[in-house]
Design a protein around this ligand. Structure first.
Ligand code: ADP
Ligand code: MG
Length: 696
């Protein structure tokens, strides 16, 4: 199976090179696993009197009874009369006329295949596929004809579908008896799977729909099974191997804060999550937990309480955020909450002055600094903790795996890690990417929140919207107005933002109104300054690009206007909306769009007006965009699936997951003889991965 495809009949060095370059296929094995992306149903044969113009592609058995070449303005056209016992149709060629004419056999049975059209009141197939019935019977083709993905270059190099199909035939004639089983007998029996050999053969040469479906099921299952096996095993290994600090007690820091300072009662969801975290911390094993909670569900306080447990056990803690606005905000609110304690907190970001930075470095090293809040700046090599026990990462999708790995390579024993995200992960993806990674969910909002009213308005309603904003501002509220900023059209977006800013300045004149503006081209200090003015209530309107998307908390802001809302993705819209509805006032999200909307954009806007539930929105988003844009998918390999589809095949995914769990429970090291084949495939996959497999 490892033979290079050059050695295969019908391939040769030129084609081999093109195939490798375009499709990445090097060996027989690669080729066998290059699956068709669709099939043409050739189970049915038509008679010449059964044809209809709505037939897409048909095949007919008949004989050529007459050939004529008709001269045209340019070149000529070849017309053959093709007859069966019920009548006749015309086969027509415009290209390669001479060659075809010389090679057509009269009065010999052929299978003609192609798309029917009506021309001069005659059913016609132009450029049909023609095959002698004797050849047809010998070929592997039976029933469903495979159509392979192709590229322009391949077609140019003569690797058409017909050629690819011939190559596949040659391949399977050669390897038919060399395809080994990959799953255990037990799984095959339990799930009524067909053998690997049969499945591979039938994915290329299915007799009929039923055979095809069985082959697809088996191959999809197998693909998902090995991913699940890795994920689940990885997690088991992680749990068994990676030591962590044991935080044995909950002490004064936590308890005092909880009873004397905490300004509200935790929601039940927050309490439950905290319990889950405490259980992790008390185990001698590194915590690696994902804390998922919709925007506004109160993740920050959970983070702070967790850090206090670290402090109670004599460790330092750090909280890392993706933007300096967000880091600053975390810092400010934590400092405020801890102001009557002896806990030291510092903020470290790119813009931190050298002098201040030095002090922070020193105090981290000598242990007098307890909590460090910051941006990426935290993971620079110069930052050394005395004893970092806990690292909390907010909004993880902004950080890559490598950065997170760096975080724990700072110590011999890695700190416990809590990753917080407001992007809900649909159930289907949760299983497929995260395996059994520990996930805690805050699925309850703090009491007293009014649910945000979301309204879709067309640009032509702008005046009414402005009027509404004025009324809200008159009540003392604040307003966000957000413009899209998408990298590819940055210059234009920037212009839109500035035009918008200008017209808003005209509509909301000073001194009655004060406006902040924040966008990506501003210096961090300028951004911070504008942001702070808004947070302090000195400005009533914040005009911004999506920099404010993540985490910003201004409870007095009650209206979110999103301009060109049709250009935002669903999860982004949901994130933006989450900036309001944080206080006790009724909040609003106004989605502005033009009249011209694609069906997909309509669905997005409709979904937003219909629900505030982040999980529902995430499911719709997954269906619309596929898993590619969601976090974690890059590393998980689920994007490179050959045949399965995470969304459409979620039922098979569940089977695969259950089967992997079952196998690993009985045989955690895959060392039992009955799992020999599984172990073989699994080891091959793992070899390619190296150390990344230890990082969740
Ligand atoms: P997010 O999960 O989006 O990060 P935050 O942690 O910023 O949410 O919390 C949003 C707001 O809700 C904050 O003002 C916070 O003080 C408040 N909050 C958090 N938990 C509670 C609670 N249990 N009761 C009342 N208010 C809460
Ligand atoms: Mg937050």
């Amino acid at each position: 199976m490892q033979t290079p495809i050059t050695y295969l009949k019908g391939v040769g060095p030129m084609r081999a090179e093109a195939i490798q370059k375009e499709l990445g296929i090097k060996t027989y094995e690669d080729l066998a696993n290059f699956f068709p992306n669709r099939y043409i149903d050739r189970t049915q044969f038509f008679k010449t009197n059964q044809l209809h113009t709505t037939n897409s592609e048909v095949q007919i058995v008949g004989k050529i009874t007459h050939i004529k070449e008709i001269k045209q303005k340019r070149g000529s056209r070849l017309v053959a009369t093709f007859s069966d016992e019920y009548g006749s149709i015309e086969l027509v060629w415009f290209k390669g006329v001479k060659w075809i004419k010389d090679n057509l056999k009269v009065n010999t049975p052929y299978v003609a295949f192609g798309k029917v059209a009506v021309f001069n009141r005659q059913f016609t197939i132009s450029h049909p596929e023609l095959e002698l019935v004797t050849e047809y019977k010998k070929s592997l083709r039976s029933g469903m004809q495979a159509i392979y993905p192709s590229t322009e270059l391949l077609a140019k190099k003569g690797v058409t579908n017909r050629v690819m199909f011939k190559i596949m035939q040659n391949l399977f004639l050669e390897i038919k008896n060399k395809i080994g089983e990959t799953l255990s007998d037990e799984i095959i029996e339990k799930l009524h799977l067909i053998s690997k050999k049969e499945a591979l053969f039938n994915i290329h040469f299915p007799k009929n729909q039923e055979a095809l479906e069985k082959a697809q099921f088996r191959l999809k299952f197998e693909e998902l099974f090995f991913i699940q096996l890795q994920l689940i095993r990885k997690n088991l290994l992680h749990k068994a191997k990676i030591k962590g600090y044991k935080f044995e007690k909950v002490g004064n820091y936590f308890n005092r804060f909880y009873t004397d300072i905490l300004p509200f009662e935790l929601t039940n969801a927050q309490k439950r999550v905290l319990k889950e975290i405490r259980a992790d911390l008390n185990k001698n094993v590194q915590m690696n937990r994902l804390l998922q909670g919709d925007v506004g569900s109160g993740k920050t306080i959970v983070a702070l309480l967790t850090m206090l447990i670290a402090l109670d056990n004599g460790f330092q803690a750090t909280l890392m955020a993706p933007t300096s606005i967000l880091a600053t905000q975390h810092y400010e609110s934590i400092k405020e909450l801890l102001k009557n304690t002896d806990i030291n907190v510092a903020l470290l970001q790119g813009s931190t002055k050298t002098k201040e930075r030095k002090i922070i470095h020193e105090n981290l090293k000598n242990g007098s600094l307890h909590i460090l809040v910051g941006t990426h700046a935290i993971i620079e090599d110069t930052v050394q903790f005395k004893n970092l026990g806990l690292a909390i990462i907010d909004e993880q999708h902004r950080f890559g795996v490598k950065q997170r790995a760096k975080m724990w390579q700072k110590n011999k024993i890695p700190p416990h890690i809590l990753v917080m995200t407001a992007t809900p992960i649909p159930r289907t993806l949760q299983m497929s990417i995260y395996g059994d990674l520990d996930i805690s969910v805050i699925d309850e909002l703090p009491p007293g929140r009014k649910s945000i009213k979301t309204i879709h308005k067309y640009d032509s309603n702008r005046l009414a919207v402005f009027k509404f904003l004025k009324d809200e501002i008159a009540k003392g509220r604040q307003v966000y107005i957000v413009y899209p900023l998408i990298q590819e059209s940055e210059a234009m977006d920037y212009k839109d933002l500035m035009d918008g800013y200008e017209s808003i300045s005209r509509e909301f004149p000073i001194p009655k109104y004060q406006i902040s503006i924040v966008h990506g081209k501003m210096k961090p200090e300028a951004k911070d300054f504008e942001m702070q003015r808004f947070i302090k209530g000195e400005t009533q309107i914040m005009v911004a690009t999506t920099v404010i998307e993540v985490g910003v908390n201004v409870p007095n802001a009650s209206v979110m206007v999103i301009e060109s809302a049709e250009r935002f993705g669903l999860s982004q819209l949901h994130q933006l909306r989450g900036r309001v509805g944080r206080g006790s006032d009724q909040s609003y999200c106004i989605l502005m769009s033009s009249f011209k909307l694609s069906d997909e954009a309509k669905l997005r806007l409709k979904t937003m007006t219909e629900t505030n539930d982040g999980f529902k929105i995430a499911e719709v988003d997954l269906k619309l965009r596929g898993p590619g844009n969601l976090m974690g998918t890059q590393q998980s390999g689920i994007l490179n699936l050959r045949i399965a589809d995470i969304v459409k095949d979620s039922a098979i995914l569940k089977l695969a997951r259950d089967a992997s769990k079952y196998i690993l429970k009985k045989d955690p090291n895959l060392s039992l003889p009955e799992n020999r084949r599984i172990n073989y495939v699994y080891s091959k996959i793992i070899k390619k991965q190296g150390i990344w497999m230890y990082i969740s």
